[in-house]
Design a protein around this ligand. Structure first.
Ligand code: ASP
Length: 460
């Protein structure tokens, strides 16, 4: 059994968290392949080491002194090493790094990557596992994209079968030039490693106990999600929920390896399992989660007899394409349709877009609605079950919330409604209530029971 355990920034923020990690790692002999981020925030208002390192890079570039900044960063590592009594020569190593950094001898990527590098060095000693440098095994092409094939080869070749600690977030080209993944990319490193080692499970340890079925700022005590499919997760994170880097699901998804999102501060919590295992479980909730985003803009285009005209939608969309605006939805009627886009994408361009549509496409009217919020109710268990959308719309109706747009993904795993921005939170609460009994989300067996109760009884 092989488990990859990736610990995020807040999980490695200080010595106390290092202790928690050792407890977690020692509790399961399958946890031998560890990936770490750079030290994150210890308390709200604290800085993440990665952000500070980017600041150092900017100071060096503009030739502004950054001695204090470097001293602060170094101190974070010294504190951990001192408190845990580690013998890794962190003071010497950090001083050498700081000198080189100030002399401008590092690329920004290499400079920033030292955040994870030093964390992993200390963690390796603390856990009694060898250190494996990501620069030696995570392979990048020169254009900054990852070479999965070479990474796979290198991990087979250089990975230490008994286990190791590897820094996340970076890798290197064939020539040894350090390249970074996206921000939050330590999640991707863990996923790649899981795929290359053909792991049984990819554990992503963070500071929350997995995903919640709704935003706790909106719904009081939302139920944690115990299992979610990759597709559901894509839907939920696209619309707002952010616990795991979105790209981190792909390597393991392709390999069929489940991801467990766990809480370093509460290892007793089950967390969320992300997997595509298909089976019918009666005590699974009907809906998996509700999420949403405000600030969408809908451009309504109307023209009599539009339905007989060929190419009008394409011509309108080509205007959006020219402005490089990505289209979210196109709800349509007989003689009208709307193009729904993210407000931030059209902030400066909306009136030019409207003017171009008017001049290039022969339409009767164009109307812009800019206070649209979209709410997505996601659930694999909604597929093929009649009455779910009815329940959802009824809940909004009885709350007096007018629905301005409805869309359902073709795979039926989500129902999206557009409401006015001001109704956003109220609508989410109403939907949540409709699918819960106050304490818990309603389960498939509740649905079955309700169906049975509703069935007319035949007298014997
Ligand atoms: N340290 C990097 C960041 O802050 C990567 C990570 O934490 O996953 O973005």
């Amino acid at each position: 059994m092989i488990k990859i355990a990736k610990f995020g920034g807040s999980s490695v923020a200080d010595a106390d968290h290092f202790r928690k990690i050792r407890f977690i790692v020692e509790a399961d002999p399958a946890r031998r392949f560890i990936v770490v981020s750079a030290c994150g925030r210890r308390f709200s208002g604290d800085a993440k080491v990665t952000d500070l390192l980017y600041l150092v890079a900017a100071h060096v570039r503009y030739r502004v002194s950054c001695d204090d900044l470097l001293a602060d960063i170094g101190q974070r590592y010294f504190d951990i090493a001192d408190e845990l009594g580690l013998s890794y020569p962190i003071r010497e190593e950090f001083a050498a790094f700081a000198e080189k950094a100030k002399a401008g001898l590092f690329s920004t990527a290499e400079l920033v990557s030292r955040g994870e590098y030093f964390t992993a060095q200390l963690m390796a000693e603390w856990l009694g596992l060898p250190f494996l440098d990501a620069a030696d095994v995570v392979a990048f092409h020169h254009d900054g994209t990852l070479s999965m094939r070479r990474t796979h080869e290198l991990i087979q070749e250089r990975g230490i079968p008994g286990g190791f600690v590897m820094p996340g977030f970076y890798g290197a080209t064939r020539e040894g030039q350090v390249k970074l993944l996206d921000r939050g990319g330590g999640d991707i490193s863990g996923s790649i490693l899981a795929k290359c080692l053909d792991a049984d499970l990819y554990e992503n340890w963070t500071d929350v106990s997995g995903f919640l079925s709704a935003d706790p700022h909106i719904v009081e005590n939302p139920q944690p999600i115990s299992r979610i499919t990759y597709a559901e997760l894509r839907e939920l994170s696209y619309m707002g929920a952010s616990v795991l880097h979105e790209e981190a699901v792909f390597p393991v998804m392709e390999a069929g390896i489940p991801i467990a999102v766990r809480n370093t501060n509460r290892p007793e919590d089950a967390g969320t399992i992300i997997s595509d295992r298909e089976d019918y479980v009666e005590d699974e909730p009907i809906i998996t989660g509700i999420t949403g985003k405000r600030n969408f803009v809908a451009v309504h285009v109307q023209k009599d007899h539009m339905s007989n005209e060929v190419g009008i939608v394409r011509r309108v969309l080509s205007v959006f394409e020219r402005y490089r605006v990505s289209v979210e939805h196109i709800p349509s009627g007989i003689d009208s349709f709307a193009v729904v886009v993210q407000g931030a994408d059209v902030k400066d361009a909306i009136w030019s877009i409207v003017a171009d549509i008017k001049s290039e496409v022969n339409v009767d009217s164009i109307k812009v609605v800019d206070d649209l919020a979209l709410i997505s109710t996601v659930g694999r268990n909604m597929i093929g079950r009649p009455g779910i959308s009815g329940q959802l719309f009824a809940a909004l109706g009885s709350e007096g919330i007018s629905i301005r747009m409805i869309a359902q993904g073709s795979d039926e795993i989500n129902i999206i409604v557009g409401v006015r921005d001001v109704d956003f939170e109220r609508a989410i609460r109403a939907i949540y209530r409709a699918f819960s009994d106050g304490d818990h989300l309603l389960e498939l067996k509740d649905l079955k029971k309700a169906e049975e109760d509703a069935r007319p009884r035949v007298e014997e």
